[in-house]
Every structure is written in C-alpha cells, then in structure tokens.
Design a protein around this ligand. Sequence first.
Ligand code: HAM
Length: 430
Amino acid sequence: MSKGFQRLPGFRDFPPEDLAVRSHIFEAWRRVSRRYGFLEYDGPPLEPLELYVEKSGPEIVGQLYNFTDKGDRAVALRPEMTPSLARILAERSRALPKPIRWFAVPQLFRYERQQRGRLREHFQWNVDVVGEEGVSADAEVLAVGLDGLRALGLTDQDVRARVSDRRLLAALLSAGGVEEGRRMAAFGVIDKLEREGPDKTSERLIAATGVSEREAGAILELLGGTLDDVATHFAGRDEVAEEVARLREYMGTLGAMGLGSFVELDLRIVRGLAYYTGIVFELFDRKGKMRAICGGGRYDRLLELVGGEALPAVGFGMGDVVLTDLLRERGLLPDTARSIDYFLVTVVDELRPQLLTLAHALRDQGRSVAYSLKPQSVGKQFKVAASEGAREVIVLGPTEMSRGVAMVKDMASGQEREVSLKELWGRTDG
Ligand code: HAM
C-alpha cells in the first residue's frame, strides 16, 4: 500500500480559494508600489550562507534553512530579502540613478518555532529606497506600507505604526551610562521588553551593560515616554535635540500626507535585525493581539558591508501571514467564489462542434467559458454550470439553432431570453 505524504510543518498549500486571497493581497501591494513609482525586482531563493552571517544578526542566523550543496558551497534559503537587495545593488547601483526605488514580493524561509502568525515560509512585500539619507525617504517608505494596508480596506482604527530611532535610543543609552560597545547588547534586551516585562528587562539590562539598577530604571522609564518627555529630560544636549528634531520632521511629513493618525512614537521598538542604523518601525493591529504585520527602518551601512557603494537605505518587509489573519478578522477578505461568464449547454451531443466554435469565439472576445467535457443530460450540465459559478448559461438546441437563435439563461435571476447566434458570435457587450 502506498504511503500518504504530509505537508512539512510551517508550510502552506494554496488551493484556489487561498491563492485567490494571496493574489488579492499581492495585487494591492503591487498597485500601491507602482503608485509611488517603485520598480519590481527579484533574486534567487538560495543564497550564499555568508550573506546572512554577521549582517542580519544571530536571531535570523539561528533560523536559517542552510546546507552544503553538491559543489561544497555553504548555502541558505533566503530568510529575508534585504541582504539579497544589498548584494544585487553592490553589482549595479553605480549605474543607476538615485534614489533607487525598488520593491519585491519574495517567498522567504525561516526555521522558526511555529506559533500563530509565524510560519516556516511566508511571502513578504519589500519596499526600499536606496541612495537618499534625508528623513523624507523614511516617511515615504512608511507611507507606502500604510497605503498598502489602506488599499486592502484597513484604517487607522485597525492598525498603527510604532516608530522609534536607533540613533535616539543610542543617545539615551549613552546618557544613561551604557558604553558604546554594549549598545547592541542593550538593543537586544530592549527588543524583548514587551515579551519579558520591565523587571526581567531591568535585570537583563544590568547584566548585559553593567549599568546600575537606578540607571536601568531611568532608561526604561524614558523608553515608555513621549518625544516631549525625552526632549525635556535631555534639554541642552545637542545630540539628543538633533534626533528629536528629525523624528518631529518625520511625524510632520506623515501628518501632511494625511497618515498622522496611524503613527505613534514608541521607543521600545528596536527591531531584531542587526543592520538598522536610524528610524525603525513596526506595524501592529490596533488591538495588539497579533504579532507584527510589518517591520522596517533605515540601514545606512549594509550596502557597504556586502562590498557595494556606500549608500544610505531605508525599507520595510510586510508579511502575508499576520495580514491575512487581520483581514479575515475584519471581514475584509475578498469573495473567492469561483465564477465564469458563460457555461455552454447542448441539448443533443451532435451540436458539440457548434458548441466548440461558439466557446472559442467567446473566449477570443475575452470571456470566460466552460462546458461539460463529456456528453451529459441537460439537467446535469446545468448543475455543473451552477457549481462553476456561471453568470449565464447558453443552451444550444436543434430547434432554436434552425431558427438562428440560442436560449440564454441568467443564473442569478433565472430569466431566460432568446439571443440570435449572430449576436453571440460577435458579442462585445458587457
Ligand atoms: P522582519 O521584521 O524580520 O524584517 O520581517 C518583516 C515582517 O515579515 C514581519 O513583521 C512579519 O510580518 C513577517 N514575518 C517575518 N518572519 C515571519 C515568519 N516566520 N512567518 C510569517 N511572517 C513573518 C525583515 O525581514 C527586514 N528584512 C525588512 C526590511 C526590508 N527592512 C528593510 N528593508
């Protein structure tokens, strides 16, 4: 007896109704990217392992699907797109006008512990601006992401963007007594703040950076504060003032775009990936029940790190998994019931050649047409028509044909009418 096969854990099949949802999301992503003038690109799903080591940080490297290929190369399935983008641009950026505005919708692979909203494969919309260091590029990138969600029917009642800046965090940490060499360790601890709570975070911050309990407490308090709190606390310190001014400009730009109600400052957002250098953000459902829908930020040194031109860059990745859950919860999934324009029925099988000719004439006009692939009773053919979601059924019968007409039934209203064959052949109406 043959053995059945199971799908690998964390991987998905996409039967037509699920693929229809996925395509609906991809179409919105692509439409909005193009609206902003971004060009689509792609790269290979398999990359040299080396591309991710050091650059993406230990969290992602621990989740790699990697192996040695038959040519003895250490390779990995791409867990994210940004290193591939950096690699592709290292080869080409010099010849490209700046800023480079590219987007992609790759399938990515991470060997994660399976949980709600996290699988071992997902599709991720990536939007990146490369070659512009000004804060307007940061705002533009977040605006694309928010508009992608708006195009799917989500509003500021459904999602929010939590924004922070690693430069401001670095300034806060230095002022709070954390040495530069311990900064990344501190980022790692803060990144887990929400999951682990303030007490554990404080303990871990002390252990990771050597700050006192009082210093750790002061840092954690500021992380929960507003931009005004930070500005007041550090009044007179130029390095902090500069970071605060940049964030205010960023918020102002998004406000002018009409997107201000989506955006909140939240200094607890650090992002898990190692390469971010400036403004970082994550998008969440308003109720805060789900994992992040999207994450991104500025990474001004990655291109240089992979051997390319030293270009500033900013971008995001938005996954399809949490987003689909959120759209389902909000009743925003598209109607995926199958439908076709016409189902053709013959009363007698001898009329099959005429049926085929008509089917092809209609298909040439761009209509979707189906018919039974084997002789069946009229009743059976109508049943198939209904299950195919046909809007109209065209019945070819010998008596009607001899009069140059066919019977057309509107499946929604049940109304029947006679239509001349000539008209059907040359049909161009809606
Ligand atoms: P990331 O935060 O690792 O960023 O992933 C971005 C988004 O992809 C997440 O917010 C989540 O929606 C989705 N995602 C990530 N891992 C999984 C998973 N295992 N299952 C389902 N969804 C997942 C990056 O990947 C950066 N490279 C984004 C970026 C682009 N930064 C700049 N440019």
